[in-house]
Write a new protein. Structure first.
Length: 155
């Protein structure tokens, strides 16, 4: 019996990790594509890659907890049935209502952290790639100075 419970617990943990990993890959990919939508040829610097790496682990942590919250919400009904069976048929109404409210608040917080992290990472990626764009433009002007000057001033 203990082995059965441990295998179910291990399967739930792996499911949360896999779901969190896939969700964090999706969110990190969105953050990677933000500069591509803003610029024709974005240049990623070491700073932007570092921001993506840090945000990936942040998203992994929060999304794993989010998937775990959804799994825990699913088990509230099973917990209610178990409590009623141990309490000789007395209805256990407080447990599911209170637990559902707490789990919903937990899921909302995880979702808020993910959205906030997505916004912060998106702004950081936009700023870092914009800085790279300015450097590339300056480098271009340094090598070809006469292309950007007006001909009317050169007599």
């Amino acid at each position: 019996m203990l082995i059965l419970y441990m295998s179910v617990l291990f399967g739930n943990i792996l499911g949360c990790l896999l779901g969190g990993f896939l969700l964090s890959l999706l969110l990190t990919g969105i953050c990677y594509l933000i500069p591509k939508g803003m610029y024709a040829h974005p240049q990623h610097s070491v700073g932007s890659i570092a921001v993506l790496l840090v945000s990936f682990f942040f998203f992994l942590f929060q999304s794993t907890l989010l998937v775990g919250g959804f799994k825990a919400k699913r088990y509230v009904g099973q917990a209610k049935a178990a409590v009623e069976s141990f309490s000789n048929g007395n209805p256990a109404t407080i447990l599911p209502e209170k637990s559902n409210g707490q789990i919903n608040w937990y899921i909302a917080r995880r979702f808020g952290w993910l959205v906030g992290g997505l916004l912060v990472t998106g702004v950081a990626m936009y700023r870092l790639c914009e800085e790279d764009k300015r450097r590339a433009t300056t480098r271009y002007r340094r090598h070809y100075p006469n292309r950007h000057s007006s001909r009317r001033y050169h007599k």
